[in-house]
Design a protein around this ligand. Structure first.
Ligand code: FCB
Length: 450
């Protein structure tokens, strides 16, 4: 038996997002978010559910922290709901919102858990969407103001920050495909949104640093290794374009000050609303790269497609590995490959695995025990891949499994269960799954036997 072990001081934890767990959507001065509006619109959520209550974590947060502590976690990636801080996305902060996250951070620190907040995990104040949403360039400034507010409120205790969660996903799915809030299907709006978000990333980075220069700031990028489906040069080139579009669109801008080559006909700067001087604004020398990864992507060239000239093949990933209940392929090497690719492209920078996980519906048996062996197998594989990337020279500092609690999985409602802890949504009863105990042991031993 060989041993998989991790560097000393490696952080072990989970990731969550405000809208997916907090509930209490309209209390203590919180404004409406685009996800409140979206899920309250019939036909948007597969199960018809909403995030109005979710895991009730806005009220049960002490219980959540006790769970993490019992499981020996040393880091917690959570998100701050922007509309709790600024109901309309602008103006003076709401004291009750600040107080909530401030107490929360204190309690994490007292429990020996590193607070690792994300400023934007998709719950945009609806008032800002009413002003045009992310396609409106002004939002970059609004976001930087909000970052400054949070830096002033928590920066004395929070050392590590995540600016944005999955910029290429929320712009694509929210503004181009319309499957997520705000539910728009508009290529022009999408193109402009991507540029505003890049401006927002650079400007909020500087806003946080201006308040606390020692803050350690990054973004959680959704990443997926893009592999050519066939052996042709056309497939290989298409895979690179797809990589540029999905993985690099907010990274190359930050670290190199330029957009990567994603489009066959060249980057549509004008349609994106790029102005002189913008490429200085989008730059941000991120202190770490956050990687959210669920699978790989197989890519086939499609000559007639004038936008990208590429087509992703397979159901979120490839077609060879086993599938989770979401239908996503289990392919552990994808995580190793992605870590090594960004390390090769951008040099040996600190990396945090900010999300990685799987949906399986296993619930409590008659004895109240949740045997979710498939989830243990999943994490065993992906953690092995992280260890391999570290052995090959990558600087990975921490791992955050998605997720602590079964929760509101966006357009899927409560139908996809990703948690280490099962939640009975009728009673809010929490039950630690076998996988949660297994992960606790990995954290305690900083490794596991293969
Ligand atoms: C990611 C999201 C996260 C969660 C997982 C399953 O794309 O960042 O909120 O929904 O997928």
């Amino acid at each position: 038996m060989s041993r998989t072990s991790f560097p000393e001081g490696f952080h072990w934890g989970t990731a969550t997002a405000s809208h997916q767990i907090e509930g209490s959507w309209d209390v203590d001065g919180k404004g409406e978010s685009i996800w409140d509006r979206f899920s309250h619109t019939p036909g948007t959520i597969r199960t018809g559910e909403t995030g109005d209550v979710a895991c009730d974590s806005y009220r049960r947060w002490r219980e959540d922290i006790a769970l993490m502590q019992a499981l020996g976690h040393t880091s917690y990636r959570f998100s701050i709901a922007w509309p709790r801080i600024q109901a309309s996305g602008r103006g003076a902060p709401n004291a009750k919102g600040i107080e909530h996250y401030s107490r929360f951070v204190d309690a994490l620190l007292a429990a020996g858990i590193r607070p690792f907040p994300t400023l934007y995990h998709w719950d945009l104040p609806q008032a800002l969407e009413d002003e045009g949403g992310w396609p409106n360039r002004d939002l970059a400034g609004r976001f930087a103001d909000y970052a400054e507010i949070m830096g002033k409120a928590l920066g004395d205790r929070v050392s590590h920050w995540i600016l944005l969660n999955e910029p290429s996903i929320f712009t694509t799915i929210g503004y181009l495909i319309g499957y997520h809030a705000p539910g728009r299907k508009d290529m022009e709006a999408f193109l402009r949104a991507t540029h505003t978000v890049n401006l927002a990333q650079g400007m909020s980075f500087r806003a946080l640093k201006a308040v606390h220069p020692k803050s350690i700031v990054g973004t959680a990028f959704n990443m997926t290794p893009c592999e050519p489906e066939g052996d042709s040069e056309a497939d290989a080139a298409a895979a690179e374009r797809w990589h540029a579009f999905l993985n690099d669109w907010y990274l190359s801008t930050a670290l190199r000050g330029r957009y990567p080559e994603a489009f066959v006909n060249g980057t549509p700067f004008e349609r994106m609303g790029v102005r002189d001087g913008d490429m200085d604004l989008v730059r941000a020398d991120l202190d770490f790269l956050g990687i959210n990864l669920y699978s790989r992507t197989l890519v086939r060239a499609l000559p007639q497609d004038q936008n990208l000239g590429a087509m992703a093949v397979g159901n979120l990933g490839g077609n060879e590995g086993p599938r989770t209940d979401f239908g996503w392929e289990v392919w552990p090497n994808s995580l190793r490959d992605m870590i090594l690719r960004v390390t090769k492209d951008y040099g040996r920078r600190p990396i945090e695995i900010t999300e990685n996980g799987c949906s399986y519906a296993d619930g409590p048996n008659e004895k109240g025990v949740v045997h979710d062996q498939r989830r243990i197998d999943f994490f065993r594989g992906y953690l092995g891949a992280v260890a391999e990337a570290i052995e090959k020279g990558a600087d990975v500092r921490g791992y955050h499994a998605w997720t602590l609690l079964d929760n509101f999985e966006w357009a899927e409602g409560m139908a996809q269960r990703f948690g280490f802890v099962h939640v009975d949504f009728a009673t809010q009863q929490r039950t630690i799954k076998d996988s949660g105990r297994w992960y606790a042991q990995v954290a305690a031993e900083n490794g596991f036997d293969r």
